[in-house]
Design a binder for this molecule. Structure first.
Ligand code: PMP
Length: 429
């Protein structure tokens, strides 16, 4: 199906295509989701999805927490709740954020959401009019791009280097957009163990980015689902810790507990939090009390910090397996990032190799990745891919990377042959 048909253009089999709101045309499936069905076939090593390794959770402990909850607080857990979320859970969330240096958060300023994804959706709904600009890192989290597109925002990327978002580039972009009369509403950033690049914004740059946005009147949205998954031990200090009035912080239990519970949150300045609650009310009436209280009870009764430590060590081993195999197998001209936490490595291919064009050959060789283009709103990223090491065990990661290196070598050979490169042209030897 081409984009026109999917979006309801002429030729669509959807009898309602003429009735959809204009914003519906911005709603497209993410490249990651499109890959999901193929990549989840058992013979394929998937370095594509970003699924947490929930099999490392103590399922017995989860089961007994849930059973206790139903027995002791069943009528509350099974009842409607408020759109802002359960107060006890919000208090615990404030303690969790304390681990990242946020010591002044009040439960009143926290809004519990259906994963942090819903917090992003509500925030976009509250702040963005069609045509408003959202700045993001380039590359950035694919579903954030889709959320912004669904509200008809214009996404403008600001480049990163190994130290994260480049402050000079941010200033230049703001100046350029201001002189073009654009309304820049927010900077959406994943400053810690970024999805997809695995890069962390350095402390001096955090201060610079905050100051630049403050001066420009641009809200900073700090999306931080991976912050506690640091391989060096100490969690990275959140940007919100140093700028309570300028930052909306998005957090999640998806990577440190379980994504199936769908419990995330926003911490926002009070007036913003109040609007998010109104937006949540119209979206979902009330969040699931059941999963909120399950999380609250789990944090209260189980050794959750130990669980995070287990996750950290497991993901660090997987990261190591990936980095070591990349170093052993990748052809010259390939480069990659070295994440200090989180789930992802960003791989840049040798000159002229197109990650999207190569994907069918990788799938045929039983390895999957996400082409870099999925993480840009403007078609950039053809020469790059995201590799995730979160889900497969280390031996599978090693196999997958080896297969990928073989596919890449073949691709380079093919390109040289087509370009008549004397290095591979048999007639020249
Ligand atoms: N932000 C980023 C950067 C993510 O990687 C993800 C999950 N892949 C989310 C938000 C959404 O997480 P949640 O499960 O909390 O909705």
């Amino acid at each position: 199906m081409d984009r026109d048909q999917r979006a309801g253009g002429p030729g669509s089999t959807d009898r309602w295509w003429d009735s959809y709101a204009a914003r519906a045309s911005g709603m497209v499936a993410s490249e990651v989701r499109a890959l999901f069905a193929v990549a989840s076939r058992p013979e394929i090593v998937s370095l594509a999805g970003g699924m947490p390794a929930v099999d490392a959770l103590p399922l017995e402990a989860v089961a007994s927490t849930v059973a206790d909850l139903v027995r002791s607080r069943g009528p509350v857990a099974l009842q409607y709740g408020s759109a802002q979320g359960d107060p006890e859970l919000r208090a615990r969330i404030c303690d969790v954020m304390g681990m990242e240096g946020i010591t002044d958060a009040r439960p009143d300023d926290v809004v519990v959401t259906v994963g942090s994804q819903q917090a992003l959706d509500l925030l976009t709904r509250v702040f963005i009019d069609p045509g408003d600009v959202v700045l993001t890192e380039g590359p950035t989290y694919v579903t954030a791009i889709n959320t912004f597109a669904a509200y008809q925002a214009r996404v403008v990327h600001v480049p990163m280097d190994g130290d994260g978002l480049v402050p000079d580039a941010l200033r230049e972009t703001l100046t350029r957009l201001a002189s073009a009369g654009a309304r820049v509403k927010m900077l959406y950033t994943v400053p810690t163990f970024q999805n997809p690049a695995g890069i962390t914004l350095t402390a001096p740059r955090r201060a610079e980015v905050l100051e630049t946005c403050r001066r420009a009147g641009v809200l900073v949205v700090e999306d931080n689902p991976y912050g506690l998954l640091s391989f060096t031990g100490a969690p990275v200090r959140a940007m919100r810790a140093d700028a309570p009035d300028d930052v909306v912080y998005l957090g999640s239990f998806s990577k440190t507990l379980a994504p199936g519970l769908r419990v995330g949150w926003a911490l926002a300045p009070q007036p913003v939090a109040a609007r998010l609650v109104l937006a949540a009310e119209s979206a979902i009436l009330s969040h699931s009390m059941f999963t909120q209280l399950a999380v609250e009870r789990y944090l209260a009764t189980q050794p959750w910090p130990e669980q995070i430590k287990t996750f950290r060590e497991m993901y660090r081993d997987r990261r190591d397996a990936m980095l070591e195999t990349l170093a052993d197998t990748m052809p010259a001209g390939t480069t990659w990032t070295r994440p200090e936490g989180g789930f992802f490595v960003w791989l840049t291919l040798p000159d002229g190799v197109d990650a999207k064009a190569m994907l069918p050959r990788a799938i045929a060789a039983r390895v999957a990745y996400v082409p870099g283009t999925g993480f840009y709103a403007d078609g950039s990223g053809r020469d790059a891919m995201r590799l995730s090491y979160c889900y497969p065990p280390p031996e599978r990661i090693q196999d997958g990377v080896k297969r990928l290196a073989e596919v890449l070598r073949a691709e380079i050979g093919l390109r040289r042959a087509f370009a008549g490169d004397p290095a591979t042209d048999p007639s020249s030897q």
